[in-house]
Design a protein around this ligand. Structure first.
Ligand code: SF4
Ligand code: MG
Length: 324
């Protein structure tokens, strides 16, 4: 197993009190596989990724429990230097906003080249050639020329390709992409997703794809973990989940995505809003919004029930949901 997160807890200090952003998350990713982490904003998906990458804003964010096992070693117990080395080259992150993630006053070729100079000890000339090769690999047309341009001179889609090239430069074992296509138009989104899927296969890397959009993950993910209020509420192979969700929240998300095979169907919207993380509802945190809620849901926190070997649901009534 490439990455295994066990019982992770992250808290934030806010003016309203302590926000429980991540409350016992467990998930895993194998080499060459894609895990999609799905949830509304504020569900804890980005915070989980930041904890794995070691880029939580501390303070106010703090890991208060759990393990992050990467290639068998717990990143949370590794000493500073070693931890930095693992995270510096074996893991990489792709952000939603490439423009603010890239250095605005450095050409794209120089930024990419610098990775090889700093981490691989290459000469400037060799690093430049590698940079151009990589830009070509992510299908940036006229790569040698474009290497001399600055980030703002690229379109949104091309800039996201530059980010992907940066992430892949050191051939990491794990890439985390946080809403990599949210800012792009639909056609470009699909191209970027296809590129990511292709590179993931070629490099045999593990990919964690964080998104609020169930529509973008169907074709590229192997597994999906659905997050709500800092917990994973359903975890399943992607096709099983699409066929029959085992959690009412997943069902709501699925029913709110337009589907080609169900033209003319009315789109559903989950009522209400995600909870304030300083005041997470008692029992099942989804109960105020759940169309299936009943009394016990208000008092008893559902564990992640085993639906099958490969599948879990944190709903007391997952059987009804699955077969309903
Ligand atoms: Fe709904 Fe109850 Fe299941 Fe929570 S435990 S998702 S409130 S039915
Ligand atoms: Mg986010």
């Amino acid at each position: 197993m490439l990455l295994e997160v066990r019982d992770l807890h992250v808290e934030f200090r806010t003016r309203d009190g302590v926000a429980h952003a991540v409350n016992g998350v467990g998930c895993h990713v194998d080499a060459g596989r894609t895990l999609a982490v799905l949830g509304e904003s504020g569900s804890g998906k980005s915070v989980t990724a930041q904890a794995v990458m070691g880029i939580l804003d501390t303070p106010p964010g703090r890991i208060t429990g759990g393990q992050i096992l990467f290639q068998g070693r717990d990143l949370l117990t590794l000493k500073g230097e070693e931890r930095r080395r693992v995270r510096g080259s074996a893991m990489a992150m792709i952000f939603q906003d490439a423009l603010s993630a890239l250095n605005p006053v450095m050409t794209v070729g120089d930024q990419l080249g610098e990775m090889f100079v700093v981490h691989r000890g290459m000469s400037k000339k060799a690093a430049r050639a590698k940079a151009v090769g990589l830009m070509d690999r992510v299908r940036i047309p006229a790569a040698a020329q474009r290497a001399r341009d600055y980030p703002h001179q690229f379109s949104g889609g091309m800039r996201q390709r530059v980010m992907i090239a940066m992430a892949l430069a050191l051939e990491p074992a794990l890439v985390i992409a946080d809403e990599p296509t949210t800012a792009l138009d639909v056609t470009v989104q699909a191209q970027i997703m296809d590129l990511l899927a292709e590179l993931r296969r070629e490099y045999r890397m593990g990919l964690i794809l964080i998104t609020h959009d169930l529509g973008v993950v169907a074709d590229v993910a192997d597994r999906i973990a659905v997050m709500y209020a800092g917990r994973i509420v359903e975890s399943a192979p992607v096709h099983d989940l699409y066929k029959a969700p085992a959690h009412p929240y997943t069902r709501g998300l699925l029913d709110s995505v337009p589907r080609l095979d169900q033209k003319g169907r009315e789109l559903y919207a989950i009522k209400g809003l995600p909870p304030n993380l300083t005041r997470i509802p008692s029992g099942c945190s989804f109960h105020p919004r759940c169309p299936m809620a009943r009394d016990m849901c208000r008092t008893e926190v559902p564990p992640l029930y085993e639906v099958s070997d490969e599948r879990g649901s944190a709903c007391h009534f997952w059987r009804e949901c699955l077969h309903g």
